[in-house]
Structures are given as structure tokens and as C-alpha cells.
Ligand binder design. Structure first.
Ligand code: GDP
Length: 374
């Protein structure tokens, strides 16, 4: 991406800095501003699937947040209700570009999302920001959990920021995140940004739910090629060397060249699209308009070639498999007999009284007995 050599002064920098808006980072049901459904200080009224669906379709932010809370809930009753709501809004989903953003902690993800988000809002878009953070189970939400992050973006009426669901396994988080994307789309958000941290399985998971995947890197750590070893670069549609400002600009340009060379030897993540490296500065906004142009070009190219629609179809199939796996797993571990037998067998394994393979076989037999005997 070409950038001006002059000091860059973007015209979309927040005009609202310092002003108080009613909208805050939306967490659970605590965003109670401006909805007729919320009686402040009282217990929330139970809503029907129609109430939720109408609220989502009107982009009532409180009801959108409550719908997501429903989706994230582990209760069976909530799950059923959320599925009804989803069914009602399904025809209004799909009309967004879904963008995944990853990078190691400190790469500048939240700064980047705030800058890109403000730029998009300035240009008439509606932006939802979600997070997939497997570590949140342990740390109680290490990304997007902190309300001071993305402060300016969170004040924008056309932005909706939702921290990561903080319970369940990554598998559960996957289902919840996919459904959350859908309700945000139904509420009219046409750009959905999904942040994840550069650890383990989370990047593969996010790749499986987005149209385009961005990898944020920083220069100068001497580990430019580390991402390649981890295979993460192969998931990316664009590689952004962030913090290309001040004294760091030269180093960032060098890192960009290094990445560009390496990228030529790799299989592109998307059919018909060459992944390239670029520089940007989330802090000054330099390179952000060019990045948005690139994203639009990606969308146009892949829609014309059919790769966009093909990926979404493929993702739907993958989604079905992951739901089946999740359903089987939940059923298994919540089965009364398994809950009873598992700790017993666990002790026997520890005491070396039974082989792990035999223990697993016993449990599976116990679980499937009721189905097989039908
Ligand atoms: P995250 O952990 O990936 O979300 O990273 P943050 O967005 O929290 O940024 C980590 C630190 O890097 C913060 O102190 C930011 O102010 C700083 N930072 C982020 N982007 C830039 C940038 O483009 N240039 C410079 N100089 N600093 C940046």
C-alpha cells in the first residue's frame, strides 16, 4: 500500500472525542439505554421469540445484546428460544463482509479495529465488532473484555462491540460466534469484524467463519518468518505490517518486503487471490483507506469468480459438522450414566486398573446402549 511521505492526517479522526454518548461496549444485558423493554432497576421482562426478532430487525441495541446473551447462554431453554429467533431473522442475514483479524497480543489489533471502524462509519457503514478468544475461558475475556479499549468506536451509534463469550469450550464459542454474526447482520451491520488472538486453534476457527482474513504483524522482533512456520500466514488474504510510523517506518517497509518474498512460495488462502504484504499505522490511520480499497477489491474479485459464494457454502457445511460434534459431545458428557461412571473410571485409570482404551470403550458402549437398543 502506498502511503504519503508527509505526516498523515486522516479526515475521519473522531470528532466526538471526549463527548459522552449513551452507547458503551455492549456486554451481556447491561446496556439498558434507549429500549422500551427495559425497566431500569427491575428484573427484565421475559420476551417472546417475536419480541427478540423484532428488536433485532429494528436494530434495538438492547434487544440485540439480549439476543446475543440468549445465544451465548448454556441453558437448554435459552438455546431453544435463540434458535426460534434465528429462524425468524434468517432471511435478513448474509449481507455483510465478514472480516477476521488476528495477530499476537500487542500487534495493535484493537487500535487497528478502532481506526478501521471509525473510517468505515465515516463512510456510511455500520460496523459490528466481535471476538473469538479461546483463552477467555481461563482469563475471563482477555480480548475486548476491557471497556477502555476502542473507546471512540464504542461511542459511535453505528458501531456495535461485543466481547467474547466467556464460557464453554472453543467449540461452543464457535457456534455462538457464528450465530452472533447472523443476528448482527439481521440488525443491519454490513461490516462484521471478528478479532482473535494468535493462539492455537482460534485462527483456524475464525478463518472458517469469515470471508476475508487479515494478519497483523509487527516489524523488528526478528521473527518475521515465525508466522510462516506456524502456518497462520497461509490462512491470510492480506498481511499487514502495523506500526509503520515514526522511527519504525523503515523497519516496517523492510519487513513488508521480506513477507512479500515469502508469500510467493505459499499457497494463497483464497482461490484467485494473491495474498500480499502491506504496511499501515493503526495509530495515525496511514494505509487504512488503501486497505479498505483492497478489501473491496477482494470482495468484488471473489464475488465475480464465485469463490466468495463457494466459501460461504463450504462454511455452512463445516458448520453442520461442528454442530453435530458439539451436540454429540454435550449429550455425552451430560448423560446421567456417563456423569456417574466417568469419575469412577478415571480413578481406575489412575490406579492402572483399566486401560484408557477400554475405559473409553466402556463409556461409549454405555452411552450408545440406549440408542442401539431402540
Ligand atoms: P492488541 O493486543 O493486538 O489488541 O494491541 P493494541 O491495539 O492494544 O496495541 C498495543 C500497543 O501498541 C498499544 O500501546 C498501542 O497504542 C500501540 N499501537 C497500536 N497500533 C500502533 C501503531 O500503528 N503505531 C504505533 N506506534 N503504536 C501502535
Amino acid at each position: 500500500m502506498k502511503n504519503d511521505k508527509k505526516t498523515y492526517k486522516p479526515d475521519w479522526q473522531p470528532e466526538n472525542a471526549g463527548k459522552e454518548f449513551a452507547v458503551k461496549v455492549v456486554k451481556g444485558t447491561e446496556n439498558t439505554v434507549g429500549s422500551k423493554y427495559v425497566a431500569v432497576g427491575k428484573k427484565q421482562k421475559a420476551l417472546s421469540a417475536d419480541d427478540y426478532a423484532d428488536g433485532v430487525l429494528k436494530n434495538d441495541r438492547t434487544l440485540l445484546a439480549r439476543t446475543i446473551t440468549l445465544i451465548e447462554s448454556n441453558s437448554q431453554a435459552h438455546h431453544q428460544l435463540s434458535q426460534e429467533v434465528l429462524k425468524k431473522v434468517l432471511s435478513k442475514t448474509g449481507n455483510s463482509i465478514r472480516i477476521g483479524i488476528t495477530g499476537v497480543p500487542g500487534a495493535g489489533k484493537s487500535t487497528f479495529i478502532e481506526t478501521l471502524g471509525l473510517y468505515l462509519i465515516k463512510h456510511g457503514h455500520k460496523v459490528a465488532v466481535l471476538a473469538v478468544d479461546p483463552s477467555s475461558t481461563v482469563t475471563k475475556g482477555s480480548i475486548l473484555g476491557d471497556k477502555t479499549r476502542m473507546e471512540n468506536l464504542s461511542k459511535e451509534p453505528n458501531a456495535f462491540i461485543r466481547p467474547s463469550p466467556s464460557s464453554g469450550t472453543l467449540g461452543g464459542v464457535t457456534r455462538k460466534s457464528r450465530e452472533t454474526i447472523l443476528v448482527c447482520e439481521a440488525a443491519g451491520y454490513n461490516v462484521v469484524l471478528i478479532e482473535t488472538v494468535g493462539v492455537g486453534q482460534s485462527e483456524v476457527t475464525v478463518r472458517s467463519m469469515v470471508d476475508l482474513f487479515l494478519l497483523l504483524q509487527i516489524a523488528g522482533a526478528g521473527d518475521e518468518l515465525q508466522g510462516i512456520k506456524k502456518g497462520v500466514i497461509e490462512l491470510a488474504d492480506a498481511l499487514l505490517v502495523n506500526k509503520a510510523d515514526g522511527d519504525n517506518e523503515k523497519k516496517a517497509e523492510m519487513a513488508k518486503s521480506e513477507y512479500s518474498n515469502a508469500l510467493h512460495y505459499l499457497q494463497p488462502a483464497t482461490k484467485g487471490w494473491q495474498t500480499n504484504a502491506y504496511t499501515c499505522s493503526a495509530l495515525t490511520g496511514k494505509g487504512i483507506p488503501e486497505l479498505w480499497d483492497l478489501i473491496q477489491k477482494f470482495e468484488k474479485t471473489t464475488k465475480e469468480s464465485g469463490a466468495f459464494a463457494e466459501r460461504r457454502k463450504q462454511q455452512s457445511i463445516e458448520w453442520v459438522y461442528s454442530l453435530i460434534e458439539e451436540g454429540l459431545k454435550n449429550n455425552f458428557y451430560n448423560h446421567e450414566k456417563i456423569k456417574e461412571k466417568l469419575p469412577e473410571l478415571r480413578n481406575e485409570i489412575l490406579d492402572e486398573k483399566i486401560l484408557p482404551t477400554k475405559a473409553a470403550e466402556n463409556l461409549l458402549e454405555l452411552f450408545f446402549k440406549k440408542y442401539i437398543s431402540l
